[in-house]
Write a protein that binds this ligand. Structure first.
Ligand SMILES: C[S@@+](CC[C@H](N)C(=O)[O-])C[C@H]1O[C@@H](n2cnc3c(N)ncnc32)[C@H](O)[C@@H]1O
Length: 202
């Protein structure tokens, strides 16, 4: 799904994924040490603004300028600073050992790019920094309550997610496949099959 698709989706005034953070991000945010946080595929900014409110210096990256314009608007409406960068994750360079946290929710990339981005995300963490990921599992095709169910090759198991970074210096603090009630603003809602990962850089 290209920038045109997401610019159209984010073109409406309301926030498709809502203005509250993803439930998993909210539940693990206390693991992120103070410092800069990178939000990848951040869309309309709900996680970025939440993390900025916790005191992090947040950079939100997305291919959709419409999404990031709404992210800046959301941050400004709460009097919070937020840096944004319009970029394709295939080109965006994650500086090594720079981030206290890297966060990506429901950013379903083609498998090779996903592999590259997740490895770069781990390498981009400072020691003690955390990678936070939530993605839809292949079982999501049964629920069809959100996610790229028409492109099931973009869905991912926990084993696949863990395997792509397992040789890097990380400890897995949360690594789960589960079914949960997903409520993401007026967008996806209902029972969903997801994978959640919280990995801390040694
Ligand atoms: C399902 S939305 C999730 C948005 C946000 N993470 C959230 O949970 O509210 C997926 C987002 O990933 C972004 N995205 C997908 N592929 C991308 C790529 N190659 N480069 C940059 N952004 C990408 C889309 O533009 C979109 O904003």
């Amino acid at each position: 799904m290209d920038p045109a698709y997401w610019n159209q989706r984010f073109g409406a005034a309301d926030y498709y994924y809502g203005t509250e953070p993803n439930d998993f991000v909210a539940s693990v945010a206390h693991h992120l040490p103070p410092g800069p946080v990178l939000c990848l595929g951040e869309g309309e900014g709900r996680n970025a603004v939440f993390l900025a409110a916790l005191g992090h210096d947040v950079l939100a990256v997305d291919q959709s300028d419409a999404g990031l314009a709404k992210a800046r608007h959301l941050a400004a409406s709460r009097g919070l600073p937020l840096r944004t960068e319009v970029a394709d994750l295939a080109q965006f360079v994650i500086a090594p050992a720079a981030w206290s946290g890297v966060v990506a929710t429901f950013v379903h990339l083609p498998v090779e790019l996903r592999h590259t981005v997740h490895r770069a995300a781990v390498t981009g963490l400072q020691p003690g920094g955390c990678l936070v990921l939530e993605l839809y599992h292949p079982d999501q095709v049964r629920h069809r309550t959100g996610g790229p169910v028409n492109n099931p090759e973009l869905l991912v198991t926990l084993d696949a997610l863990r395997a792509e970074i397992a040789d890097l210096p990380v400890d897995f603090l949360v690594a789960k496949e589960l079914e949960r009630e997903v409520r993401e603003g007026p967008g996806p809602h209902g029972l969903g099959s997801v994978v959640q990962l919280l990995a801390r850089r040694r």
